[in-house]
Design a binder for this molecule. Structure first.
Ligand SMILES: [Zn+2]
Length: 696
């Protein structure tokens, strides 16, 4: 804040005519604020409201529906060729009230083709991508010959459902060389019916030293494979936008249907396989010794060895046999990932889920990475138990940490992580694995919530109270950066500040929310939100309306400024004047975002008795916290005179926003009297998280 008070008093004397001829540019911050107090309703959310699939309760609406996709997959890994060859049958349950005239497929491995569009991610090698060799819908084979240029249309060039209206419909597919392919159906899939897709494919897993970004390197030579996005998937079709046509660019993540997976993985004997789901045939693929050791995993918090470093090859690491087929199933998951290696060590421990009991925590890693897994079991256990208490009990039957070139990715029941990211990646089991938000558009509902809960988990691990002070205020130093996309802007297009938009900003937002309603209240409401949307697909509006209901207040102004804009509060104490027992504090907000007015008043040790004020609470004998609601700004003023009447006790210090929760470019002007000769705007400089006056 650099504007000074004198300006606003003279400005109001200038007539509109004078303004027009005034040569000096208007100080922008003297313009009255129009504070928006509702959130924008886009066409997508309006449609959902009209259809009754979502509403202002923030809970799934009376007509809420979602597709379910059940996969039966058989796949074979050929290590020398570094290739997976598979067949799958997908039961697509069209639970929508609309017939489907097309089916959209996600072929994420086509990002490894040289010609598919990419974000900042760089594959370790270019491959032929996801090569679909057979595709049938309800038993009818689809012609896989690429359509002539300019006819069936590329992805994104064929807007709207149905495509060539008027022309006779033909079963065809376009975009098989892209990450999003579209099957045009001759016979639509009727509402409330099931279609069956059969797909055969092969894909080479990229390996090598040059991959950049998660999921871009999926193997180590031909001895370890970490397949992800490795099978053709049905895209999401929802009540907001119909088919999700967002292309897979690399950095932003997924939006997947829930359903059941039944997966058989054919790998060389001696190679341990881990993955989403529960192993169905341990007697066929494990040794008797490993099965016996597994039977003790749930007995204690000890980390025990299931397959040791000295047990290698068929008959030692696994059951004997040149090839073994590992059969896994998972109910109600939105993806399936796995890993296998020639020399994995397998260790396991347990986590005890409140209200549910113990579940196994598995770790598979190569012997040379043992030092990265010494604390992984306890960290994953703490995360599973802590987040179960914080939000909702962990819903899955196991969790596995998989070693490999990808170390920092999450899938249902599986994290590609060592101990370094174990807490964060385990957090993803709540979002998006349990609460299936659209990560491609709204990464903040996934990564952002996760960053927030990681702060709480970290404090719990350290046995210290979580401290969210300073975070909200620190956003003031970012606000105004032209590269910042608003959080409602699709994360797929977030550009150079993707990481800030998707990861970093949400804890700042929730810090401010805690500064308004209390951190415990934020966490209670988030826990109820988690339970209300478990295994469903909330939109940001559902989250907003749910939180408002759960917190018992209309916070649309708050959500609007944080999610749709890049504005900050920029508060300051502009003036303080005392008249007898009364003190008038002029608080100023130069930003567009409003906030409640919170003042910490420090009194002299002795003097007249301190008289209570209705909107104040005493923090100790000589310190009061006084609060005015955000409503004081809704008339559009930029200054608010906070009248203090505590009796005659002398006031020594007044601090605005003492918890440092409200975005502020320069917190050094939040204290009165101003600190003598401050070294100017260095307070709360870019290095530090705390603002100048925070923590007092
Ligand atoms: Zn993450």
């Amino acid at each position: 804040m650099i504007r000074r008070l004198a300006l606003i008093f003279c400005l109001c004397l200038i007539t509109p005519l004078a303004l027009q001829t005034e040569q000096q540019p208007l100080p922008v911050t003297n313009a009255p604020r129009a504070i928006r107090r509702d959130v924008p309703m886009t066409n997508a959310i309006r449609r959902a409201f009209e259809a009754g699939t979502r509403d202002t309760s923030g809970r799934p609406g009376p007509n809420y529906w979602q597709l379910q996709t059940d996969y039966t997959i058989e796949a074979r890994l050929d290590p020398p060729a570094q290739t997976i060859t598979g067949t799958e049958t997908i039961a697509l349950h069209n639970n929508s009230p609309q017939e489907l005239t097309e089916i959209v497929l996600r072929l994420d491995h086509n990002i490894f083709r040289g010609l598919a569009p990419r974000g900042a991610s760089v594959p370790a090698e270019n491959t032929d991508g996801m090569v679909v060799t057979r595709l049938a819908v309800n038993g009818e084979a689809v012609d896989l010959t690429p359509a002539a240029p300019g006819t069936a249309g590329r992805v994104g060039g064929n807007r709207g459902r149905g495509g060539n209206a008027g022309a006779p419909r033909r079963l065809s597919v376009s975009g098989l060389d892209q990450t999003v392919a579209r099957i045009s159906l001759a016979a639509p899939v009727p509402a409330k019916s099931t279609a069956t897709l059969e797909i055969a494919w092969h894909t080479k897993l990229p390996g090598g030293p040059n991959g950049r970004g998660h999921r871009m390197t999926q193997r180590v030579d031909d001895t370890l494979f970490q397949p992800t996005q490795w099978f053709p998937r049905v895209a999401k079709y929802d009540d907001l936008r119909g088919w999700d046509l967002s292309v897979y660019m690399g950095p932003a993540e997924f939006y997947n249907n829930f359903g059941r997976f039944d997966v058989k993985l054919d790998v060389p004997g001696g190679w341990i396989v881990s993955g989403t789901g529960v192993l169905q045939n341990p007697q066929e693929v494990l040794t008797a010794k490993a099965r016996e050791r597994l039977s003790h995993v749930l007995e204690s918090d000890e980390v025990i060895t299931i397959v040791g470093e000295d047990e290698a090859g068929p008959g030692q690491a696994t059951a004997p046999g040149e090839r073994l087929v590992w059969h896994m199933t998972a109910d109600m998951v939105n993806d399936f990932a796995w890993a296998t290696a020639k020399d994995y060590v397998w260790r396991a421990t347990r986590a005890t889920i409140p209200g549910k009991g113990p579940v196994p925590v598995h770790m598979v890693y190569v012997p040379t990475h043992a030092n990265l897994y010494t604390n992984a079991g306890p960290i994953a256990r703490h995360a599973l138990e802590f987040y179960s208490k914080l939000w909702a009990p962990y819903p899955f039957p196991q969790l596995t940490l998989q070693d490999g070139p990808s170390a920092g990715m999450e899938y249902p029941m599986v994290i590609n992580s060592n101990q370094g990211a174990a807490d964060h990646e385990t957090g993803h089991q709540w979002w998006p694995m349990m609460v299936g938000n659209n990560e491609t558009w709204y990464g903040w509902m996934d990564e952002g919530f996760n960053q927030y809960m990681n702060i709480l988990s970290g404090a719990d691990s350290a046995k210290t109270p979580p401290n969210l002070d300073g975070l909200g205020q620190s956003y003031g130093r970012t606000s105004g950066d032209e590269n910042e996309p608003p959080m409602m802007w699709s994360a797929n297009n977030a550009g150079s500040m993707y990481s800030f938009q998707t990861y970093s900003k949400t804890p700042l937002m929730l810090s401010m929310l805690g500064g308004i309603v209390g951190d415990a209240e934020v966490q209670r409401a988030m826990s109820e939100y988690t339970k209300a949307w478990a295994f469903k697909h909330p939109s940001p509006w559902d989250y907003i309306f749910f939180m408002d209901k759960a917190l018992g207040r209309n916070l649309e102004w708050f959500w609007y400024y944080w999610l749709w804009t890049t504005e900050s509060v920029d508060g300051s104490i502009a003036n303080v004047s005392t008249n007898g027992a009364k003190t008038a504090v002029t608080v100023r907000q130069d930003g567009q975002m409003p906030s409640p007015v919170v003042l910490k008043i420090k009194f002299a040790e002795t003097g007249a008795p301190i008289k209570p004020m209705v909107n104040a609470k005493m923090l100790d004998d000589t310190t009061a916290l006084v609060t005015w609601p955000v409503d004081v700004w809704f008339v559009g003023n930029r200054t608010f005179v906070a009248n203090l009447d505590f009796g005659g006790r002398e006031i020594t210090t007044i601090t605005l926003d003492p918890g440092c929760r409200f975005p502020d470019r320069d917190p050094s002007d939040n204290v009165w009297p101003r600190p003598a000769a401050p070294s100017a705007p260095s307070a709360g400089g870019p290095g530090g998280r705390r603002g100048g006056s925070c923590g007092g």
